[in-house]
Design a protein around this ligand. Structure first.
Ligand SMILES: C=CC1=C(C)c2cc3[nH]c(cc4nc(cc5[nH]c(cc1n2)c(C)c5CCC(=O)O)C(CCC(=O)O)=C4C)c(C)c3C=C
Ligand SMILES: [Fe+2]
Ligand SMILES: [Fe+2]
Length: 339
């Protein structure tokens, strides 16, 4: 009889906050051609001469501010998710990271030892980006092939950015903090370079060609991160009965100088505070799990910036993390899976 397994995929963290561990992690992360999509020689030089001499120390300091006794928040919470999902199913549930540990190669080796031959793949990214969803899936597929598991049956969960049950779970997780608070709501998505949106447009003629491309129906939206972020935001607004004036949609965490998706979160936080918004709540719906980008960049840096510019009350609303509605969403995927 075929043996089933489920694998949850996420991005990963350094092994510790030591500068050397952070350097190893950033080297692996930024050597990925789907993250820094440059000529390989230029990428290597940029890493060696510009990024790796300085960034690991800065990032290690940032990680130190959010690190827990058990380790990186992203890994600790992901392991909790895995265990909770496992409590509700007999199918073995694996967890693999694209960078760092538990590594995708190690987990594929474990699945091979366990004799898995039907695999449900759940990338923990609601929206499609080549630097998140795509690279995680490509790495898994390559490892399955390299480790002699190319023949197993796989079912891949597609980006679920407007799946009604995901939107319900997201709203349920936000509602207690937001409803009745009178706060302005910022939906801050991880940014990507604008170039990436064009690269993943199979028509090469739609994405970012007009102002309203993301709301003009088009087959390119199947792989358009920008469209999918707006679709998540609009679906959530419809679910919660939120008015456009009460919501700001923005993009955070840019790296290097080329243009990323706009508006930028840090500019928007400053603008809102200067325009007199006193109470701001922020959600980060590109992430399922709280991580450096939410706990440090938003909850610490963002808060400081808001207060410095006249804001009075700032709150990061946590990601779905181990919310029962989210664990239920994952278990439903497994229950409904027909290999
Ligand atoms: C929606 C998911 C993510 C996308 C898309 C994404 C694109 C992207 N990221 C970088 C560079 C960095 N990101 C870093 C941290 C980080 N990124 C994501 C998710 C997405 N990234 C997560 C969950 C995290 C946090 C990891 C953790 O351990 O908590 C970092 C490392 C930290 C730092 O030095 O700032 C970098 C670098 C690029 C260049 C990119 C798209 C091209
Ligand atoms: Fe990132
Ligand atoms: Fe678009």
């Amino acid at each position: 009889m075929a043996k089933k397994g489920v694998i949850l995929l996420n991005l990963g963290s350094p092994d510790s906050t030591d500068v050397e561990d952070v350097r190893t992690y950033l080297d692996q992360f930024l050597s990925d051609e789907r993250v820094l999509d440059l000529n390989p020689i230029v990428r290597k030089l940029l890493l060696k001469l510009v990024i790796l001499p300085r960034r690991p120390k800065e990032s290690a300091e940032a990680y130190s501010k959010v690190w827990t006794d058990e380790g990186s928040p992203l890994i600790v919470t992901s392991v909790k998710q895995q265990k909770l999902v496992q409590e509700n199913t007999d199918v073995p549930v694996y967890l693999a990271m694209r960078y760092g540990n538990p590594s995708t190669p190690d987990i594929v080796a474990e699945m091979k030892r366990d004799g898995i031959d039907d695999l449900l793949i759940i990338p923990l990214y609601p929206q499609y980006a080549m630097s998140s969803y795509e690279t995680a899936v490509v790495e898994l597929m390559e490892q399955l092939r390299e480790q002699g598991m190319a023949e197993i049956n796989t079912v891949l969960v597609q980006p679920f950015y407007k799946d009604p049950e995901y939107i319900d779970a997201l709203w349920e997780s936000i509602r207690p903090s937001y409803e009745g608070s009178g706060a302005h709501l910022m939906m801050s998505f991880h940014g990507i370079p604008q170039r990436h949106v064009k690269v993943t447009d199979p028509s090469h003629a739609h994405c970012l060609t007009t102002k309203d491309c993301c709301t003009t129906p088009h087959p390119a939206h199947g792989t358009c991160y920008s469209h999918q972020c707006y679709a998540t935001a609009y679906a959530l607004m419809a679910k919660g009965g939120l008015h456009h004036d009460d919501v700001t949609i923005s993009f955070q965490s840019r790296l290097l100088k080329d243009p990323w998706l706009k508006p930028y979160t840090d500019f928007e936080i400053e603008r809102l505070a200067k325009e007199g918004v006193k109470k701001l709540k922020v959600i980060c719906p590109a992430f399922i799990t709280d991580c450096l980008e939410t706990l440090e960049e938003i909850a610490m840096e963002g808060k400081e910036q808001f207060l410095e510019n006249g804001g009075e009350d700032f709150e990061l609303i946590p990601c779905l993390n181990t919310h029962p509605a989210w664990i239920n969403w994952l278990n439903n995927k497994i229950e409904r899976w027909e290999p």
